[in-house]
Each structure stands twice: as structure tokens, then as C-alpha cells.
Write a protein that binds this ligand. Sequence first.
Ligand SMILES: Cc1cc2nc3c(=O)[nH]c(=O)nc-3n(C[C@H](O)[C@H](O)[C@H](O)COP(=O)(O)O)c2cc1C
Length: 194
Amino acid sequence: MDLYAEALLRLKRLLDEVSKTDQPEPTAMTLATVDARGQPTVRTILLNNLDERGLTFLTNLHSRKARQLVDNPRAALCYFCQSPMQQLTVEGCVELISNAEADAHWMTRERNNQLAAWASAQSEPLDSRETLKRRFAEFKERFTDQQIPRPSTWSGYCLIPERIEFWTPGWRRLHERVCYTKSANGWSVTLLYP
Ligand SMILES: Cc1cc2nc3c(=O)[nH]c(=O)nc-3n(C[C@H](O)[C@H](O)[C@H](O)COP(=O)(O)O)c2cc1C
């Protein structure tokens, strides 16, 4: 198995393990992006898919994060779980997923989630909670008795890994850090001081 496949397998095993616990959002991760001034920004997203291409999350393409990713596609994810105690970090560049992929994810969402996506102009100022609730009700009415189409602003990004690091706690704080890195020669793996 090549090193990239090994890292992804390790990542998948970790997510599978956490999903068997009672953690309420086992795929919640911190996504870091950078704005045009070089200011890093962070927020939580849910990992929607993991495959050989990378880590996919879904979002609004007009959101603050998405606007930053248009200017600078570099991003990082940090996943911390308490049980088992682990930290995973992934760095790389994002790519927009295809419309077909976005449609497939959209179809799996509950109706209320779809309506919430229509109602929310994510990251834009909102004058009151009532406005959001009114918008939700309006879209509910508009799409009565019909399938709800995917808004063109609702899609996702795949973070293509260039660096994947696993941190596991060690005896007497001698924690283990295993770092997989991609270079022109392919993937390599190294230990780092904790
Ligand atoms: C547990 C949790 C899961 C979330 N999942 C997502 C998600 O998958 N996609 C998303 O766009 N926002 C998600 N959010 C909301 C984001 O954290 C954030 O508030 C929103 O995306 C706007 O961020 P932005 O203004 O930086 O673009 C989630 C928040 C929490 C607390």
C-alpha cells in the first residue's frame, strides 16, 4: 500500500471508530481558510465524504469561507476527538465538487435541511431571526408538493491533502506525531517531536 493510501486508511479507521461512540457530531472538524489580507479564519464544518481524492465538506458558495477559497484555495482541517484522544490535521488545496456530486449530496438531505439552505444567505448580515423564519416559511410554501431543487449556491469543496498529521497521546507526554507529506517525489512519512 502506498503512503497516501495508508494515511487515508488510518484516517478512515479513526472516523469509523469515533462514529461508533456517542459523540453527537462525530465528523465535525475545524476548517481554516485565509482572507485576502492573510488573516486566517476558522469555523466548524461536517466532513461529508472521504475518498482517495480527499475530504469533502458542503457549504454555501457565497459564504465568507467560499469567497476566501476563490481568492486562495489553500485550506486546512483540524479534527480533535476526545475518545479516542486524537488530533488529525490535513493541509492542502480545495477543489469545487462537480454539480453531479453536489446534486447527489443534496438528494440525501432532509426536506427541512434543504429549506434551511434556501432560507439562509450564509454569512450575510441578517436583520432579525424573524426574517430567517419568514424566508423558511416562504420557501416551504413555494416548494409545496414538489421536489426541492438544489440552490446554485449550495455545493461543496474537496480538500486535496498535501500534508496529513496524526497526533496520539503518549506516555509521560511523549506524544506521537506521524506526518505524511506530499512532494514532487511522492509521499513520505516522518515522525515529529511532540
Ligand atoms: C457542529 C457544526 C457543524 C457545521 N457544519 C457546517 C457545514 O457542514 N457546512 C457549513 O457551511 N457550515 C457548517 N457549520 C456552520 C459553520 O461553522 C459556519 O458558521 C458557517 O459555515 C459560516 O461560516 P463562514 O461565514 O466562515 O463562511 C457548522 C457549525 C457547527 C457548530
